[in-house]
Design a protein around this ligand. Structure first.
Ligand SMILES: Cc1cc2nc3c(=O)[nH]c(=O)nc-3n(C[C@H](O)[C@H](O)[C@H](O)COP(=O)(O)O)c2cc1C
Length: 318
């Protein structure tokens, strides 16, 4: 079994984190499946109203008795939402895009660990000054919102050196065991995989979304601000669909027509054109649906992290 100091810090067996990917993808099923398989699942429902958030935390607990986290996008977070996780003793608070300092003290007092995701050495240092327990260093290859402009290969060792001995988790473009091994060799204590877990049976993403991510190659994503409705000036990596390609370079698109409906916080909400984005890194060959041979949970982390035929890149004990 591959163990690193991150495993001891978080009480997990494998240094693999399911990176949060928004409430419509990273729900209780995905998080619990990853946690049950020995990694750390993170759910993305931190932005829900406190009563609903409480129920969702209970739902995760019905599915797993192992450590898991709840993610908060700090520009959209109010203290009452974080209070829920603190009261409920959710093992891990995961934060992104902003200053985690206001939440670290209460989280630690309640025994929670805090992971903060950054895209630069300066932000990593600030997060450590704020007292976080580990830093997720997100390279510019990452899917979803991208905090910095430096590639994972360069950013991770820089952050590792800057904040040692605080553990660093590498994120961005990691899709198979070779990426995991590479991240560890750069000094990371673990990895956070988003896109790879998007294409699993347990992720709540739409089937078409999953298939498109699986079909995408490494050249099929684009970094853009066009889906910035409600979150301006925040670059994100999206699938370069023909539609996206047509609009690329025109920047953020506001005042768009309603093109569909979604649900948030238990309510139906209209979806405007350009209000949702997806991602993809070209490292997936199929949606992972097979039940595990080796893990206790529903998801096979090994299967999810290792492309078929690439087993030779795994450490022998995996
Ligand atoms: C579709 C999608 C949505 C995301 N939404 C969030 C989010 O809500 N909160 C967050 O902290 N990170 C979010 N991320 C970023 C991930 O935490 C992580 O940095 C990224 O997935 C790592 O890169 P990878 O997708 O290449 O594995 C999202 C990523 C994806 C792919």
């Amino acid at each position: 079994m591959l163990r690193t100091p991150l495993c001891d810090l978080l009480g997990i067996e494998l240094p693999i984190v399911a990176a949060p990917m928004g409430p419509s993808i990273s729900g209780p099923e995905l998080a619990a499946a990853v946690s049950n398989a020995g990694g750390l699942g993170i759910v993305s429902f931190g932005a829900n109203p406190p009563p609903l958030l409480r129920r969702l935390v209970e739902r995760v607990r019905e599915l797993t008795d192992r450590p898991f986290g709840v993610n908060y996008l700090l520009p959209f977070t109010i203290p009452e939402q974080v209070d829920v996780c603190v009261e409920q003793r959710v093992p891990v608070l995961s934060t992104f895009w902003g200053d985690p300092a206001p939440y670290v003290g209460a989280a630690h007092d309640a025994g929670l660990k805090v992971l903060h995701q950054v895209g630069s050495v300066a932000d990593a240092r600030r997060a450590v000054d704020a007292g976080v327990d580990a830093v997720i260093a997100q390279g510019a290859e990452a899917g979803g919102h991208v905090a910095g402009g430096v590639a994972t290969m360069v950013l991770v060792p820089r952050v590792v050196d800057a904040i040692a001995p605080v553990p660093v988790i590498a994120a961005g473009g990691i899709g198979d065991a070779r990426g995991v091994v590479a991240a560890l060799s750069l000094g990371a204590a673990g990895v956070a995989l988003g896109t790879r877990f998007l294409a699993t049976a347990e992720a709540a993403a739409h089937a078409v979304h999953k298939e498109q991510v699986v079909a995408a190659t490494e050249e099929d994503t684009a970094l853009t601000t066009m889906f910035g409705g409600g979150w301006p000036d925040a670059p994100h990596r999206a699938l370069r669909t023909p539609f996206v390609a047509q609009w690329l370079g025109r920047g953020q698109q506001d005042d768009q027509p309603v093109i569909g409906e979604s649900s948030f916080a238990g309510e139906r909400i209209p979806v405007r054109r350009f209000s949702k984005a997806t991602c993809g890194c070209g490292m997936l060959e199929r949606v992972a649906t097979r039940r595990p041979r080796w893990s206790r949970g529903m998801i096979d982390v090994r299967q999810a992290c290792v492309r078929r035929g690439d087993q030779r890149h795994l450490p022998e004990t995996w």
